[in-house]
Design a protein around this ligand. Structure first.
Ligand code: GLN
Length: 272
């Protein structure tokens, strides 16, 4: 069998782009190389490995988990089923965080529920003077974050625990989080990639706001005066998060639209 024939077989089950990505993964090549070598013969082991990946993808497993990586803010992060797959929308949170940190030398930044570490590591790499702390309650997720930090030589302190538990009496200039925010009964949890992602990284109580309530309530005690809190949230949660931040004493509370124009990140500044 040659590459063109293997791709044609895969095409009966999955998209052409995904077939190229998966075959490229097996062969250690990119999609452009695959296209340029359509007439090359495919070894028996490679053909079998490719067929296995195609079958898993056809059964719904996310491409990111099959490849073991996902691009975020221009860098390839290792991912496993222990972590949420980085989403392009979360780059908005990174951009707002960088804007909030502009002009602040050596800021202390806390990322709650870091997962793959994509937010904390990106901030550490974009702002080498920042002092990053990344927290996650799941040891398996934190291990992925630590591996990513090491791979990028990013200086990030990784701590295991629930939300603020591991940072006791510490205060930060900026707290960011992409917490779980999907309502427990949301049908999306049973569809697409979400079926394979950790439920603990996705679902958060009846209205999806349990963890955000918890973070907003505890954040003021962990922010310096003038410090910011930035939270990613669901498509219909902006008004609720604005109300929570305002009630907790945050100023300049504002929501920011994602790539689809939906308010996706809400933040505010704490002034004492
Ligand atoms: N944005 C994700 C989704 O709806 C959810 C991520 C999260 O809960 N933090 O697919």
């Amino acid at each position: 069998m040659n590459i063109a024939e293997a791709l044609a077989l895969a095409r009966q089950l999955i998209s052409a782009a995904e077939a190229r990505l998966l075959l490229g993964h097996v062969l250690g090549r990119n999609s452009a190389w695959i296209e340029a070598h359509r007439d090359d013969a495919l070894g028996e082991t490679d053909a079998r490995d490719f067929a296995a990946l195609v079958a898993r993808r056809a059964a719904g497993e996310p491409v990111a988990y099959l490849l073991g990586s996902r691009e975020f803010y221009g860098r390839d992060f290792k991912v496993s089923p222990a972590v949420l797959i980085p989403r392009p929308d979360t780059e908005l949170l990174v951009e707002l965080a960088l804007a909030a940190l502009a002009g602040q030398p050596s800021p202390r930044v806390l990322d709650l529920g870091t997962g793959s570490g994509c937010i904390a590591i990106t901030l550490a790499l974009e702002r080498p003077d920042a002092r990053l702390t990344a927290v996650d309650a799941a040891a398996a997720a934190l291990a992925v974050a630590s591996q990513n930090a090491a791979a990028f030589q990013a200086s990030v302190r990784c701590l295991e625990g629930e939300w603020f538990a591991p940072v006791g009496g510490e205060r930060f200039d900026l707290i960011v989080s992409n917490p779980p925010y999907v309502a427990a009964g949301d049908r999306h949890l049973g569809e697409g990639d979400l079926r394979f992602e950790p439920l603990s990284a996705l679902a958060s109580g009846a209205d999806g706001l349990d963890d955000i309530r918890c973070i907003v309530a505890a954040a003021p005690a962990h922010l310096e005066s003038g410090g910011c809190l930035l939270l990613e949230h669901g498509y219909d949660q902006a008004a609720a998060v604005v109300a929570m931040l305002s009630a907790s004493g945050f100023r300049d509370v504002a929501s920011h639209p994602d790539l689809a124009g939906i308010p996706r990140v809400t933040g505010g500044r704490l002034v004492r």
